[in-house]
Design a protein around this ligand. Sequence first.
Ligand SMILES: Nc1ncnc2c1ncn2[C@@H]1O[C@H](COP(=O)(O)OP(=O)(O)OP(=O)(O)O)[C@@H](O)[C@H]1O
Ligand SMILES: [Mg+2]
Length: 243
Amino acid sequence: MNLSDQQSDAFVVEGVSKVFGGFRALTSVSLEVSHGEVRAIIGPNGAGKTTFVNIVSGVFRPTSGRIALGGVDITSFSPQRRARLGLARTFQITSLFRGMTVAEHMELAVRGADTSGRARAELLELMGLADLAHREVNTLSHGDQRVLEMAMALVLGPTFLLLDEPTAGMSVAETDRMIRLIGDRLRGKIGVIIIEHDMNVVTQTSDIVTVLAAGAVAASGPPATVLSDPMVKELYLGNAASH
Ligand SMILES: Nc1ncnc2c1ncn2[C@@H]1O[C@H](COP(=O)(O)OP(=O)(O)OP(=O)(O)O)[C@@H](O)[C@H]1O
Ligand SMILES: [Mg+2]
């Protein structure tokens, strides 16, 4: 694979490896996510999923390999520079400020960029938060807080969104809402890369599932095919109890 041959609007990871000290956390991981696709990344504990997200978002540099977004090699770009190019992410840990309202958080997320108030209002509408705009965030349900974090990540109009376990700690109803948001509202509009432990979410939102195991891609394909693969089931044996 050659970065310059890629479809210009794709997100491309090419031969990425990461070594921590003497430990190989990722070994030559390659994948390509097209614009509008929802890609799930799954794998047992310690497979390298969080390491992958941190490399893709620019928190860590890969030991080797390259990452490209829209035909631009972003391997050495800071997280901020990646975000300006259209790669947004949410974090596993809630990062909202008590006492500030939903609308104020949306202002904060703009970070000085030139976006209209109307665009922000439309985004709150899309995410089902419009009625909560003037509520202080600490009065929101856990689910609404996570959805607000997604709305904040979307405010600059990214072309790709990285979601690190968006349904962690959610009730069944909140998870169903997240499934609809990702599977119905975002799918087809932007590329989404979702790290997810809940196979129900994976099946209902993603076009393609990539399985990481021991730092390498073990399988990749449509959810129905990948999740019924005996080799993939085997990877989760003895691990299922933790998720
Ligand atoms: N900063 C680091 N220094 C050393 N080793 C690390 C570091 N970060 C991760 N690792 C190791 O790399 C491997 C992959 O970790 P990672 O957190 O990416 O896995 P994961 O797939 O996200 O697991 P989980 O499902 O438990 O969240 C683990 O063995 C972990 O101990
Ligand atoms: Mg992890």
